[in-house]
Design a protein around this ligand. Sequence first.
Ligand code: S3P
Length: 448
Amino acid sequence: MSHAAAPRPITAHPEAALGGRIRVPGDKSISHRSLMFGAISLGETRIEGLLEADDVLGTGRAMAAMGATVVRDGEGLWRVSGLGCGGLLEPEGVLDFGNAGTGSRLCMGLVGGHSFAATFVGDASLSRRPMGRVLDPLREMGVEVIARTKDRLPLSLKGAATPTPIVYRVPMASAQVKSAVLLAGLGAPGVTTVIEPVATRDHTERMLQGFGADLSVEVDAGGGRVIRLVGRPELKAQAVVVPGDPSSAAFAIVAGLIVPGSEVTVENVLLNPLRTGLFQTLLEMGADLLIENERLSGGERIGDVRVRASKLAGVVVPPERAPAMIDEYPILAIAAAFAEGPTVMEGLEELRVKESDRLAAVARGLEANGVACVEGEASLVVEGRKAGARLGGGLVATHLDHRIAMSFLVLGLAAEKPVTVDDTAMIATSFPSFLPLMESLGARFTEA
Ligand code: S3P
């Protein structure tokens, strides 16, 4: 299985101010979907700015294993020749998704709408994560599941020749679950309806519409969304330009805010409102954060995010904001460690089932570096900075979680003492250029 490589511990050192302009790699959510939707469309989809990281490359290999042609040309443009909606072929080998929750869960939806079988495997982290949330609605649609351990990878799916178009209310805030049901619904004769009580990232909806699907979204009185998809559409290849990933930009942005004297700009960042909860929270904390050069690209709002080191104040982050910043709580916790007064984060139950139990991993990492915090069942309170405190000096267990590794390296850049993370190999799953990009801003990392 993938990611069995030796761990690579790294130490981040407190340094002088950070400064400069960078671009982060393409958005992970849009990258996965571009490859998948290209594979089920007719013609050649061209993808500019695809995130070339392990998670996304795994999705590319899965699409190729199911018959699509996926190639990268000399200029870094990815070309996907698709088979049309319903045209994927049974893969010969297992589909290995490594560390990727999005890749695996969305592909379960795709396979669910085809009448063939496929086996899904992943690394130790992915094999611990709950898949029942996707498999339950897929079973309702007629998909068969065989798993050694209930609803955990490795498992095999036998898709339905004629999936039942269902009405499904997503029980948790999850764009992956919503997307898996919609992707299986592409194969269903009729209208599949997904109701999400709280809005989650809407890339699947926007992009399926862009590829030609008949999909509508209605917002109900309580702010929930009713998504209706007409099955068996003819999807047509598109030209996709992937904007910079706000979840990757978050690390340089927070570093720029907490390392004294810094000024950092991250250009070309996706500003979809269902992804910008962190920026809103940082502004509420008093961050000197400006969006410049705002524009539209491929139907998405993008812009350059400029920050200057700021005196931050603790805030209460409303739980209903969680879906718009679900991947950013680890790095927000680092910002909160440098704020005056406590920062209260609630509605964090989904953090327990990410690449690691992120709530516990963040709390233990903070404690190891002298930051007081209180971990609740679904909440975290990070005590702000105490006068005279000397933060850092700890060794952080990353539990195969890229965002834990990157967040605590950022802590080490701003603390009084260096911070070591026990493994950085997993950073390659989402942001392979993280270390050199941060170094280009003035960060100092050494092998531990
Ligand atoms: C994603 C959805 C989120 C997020 C993940 C990417 C997506 O997961 O954490 O990094 O692209 O749909 P959940 O659906 O589990 O919240």
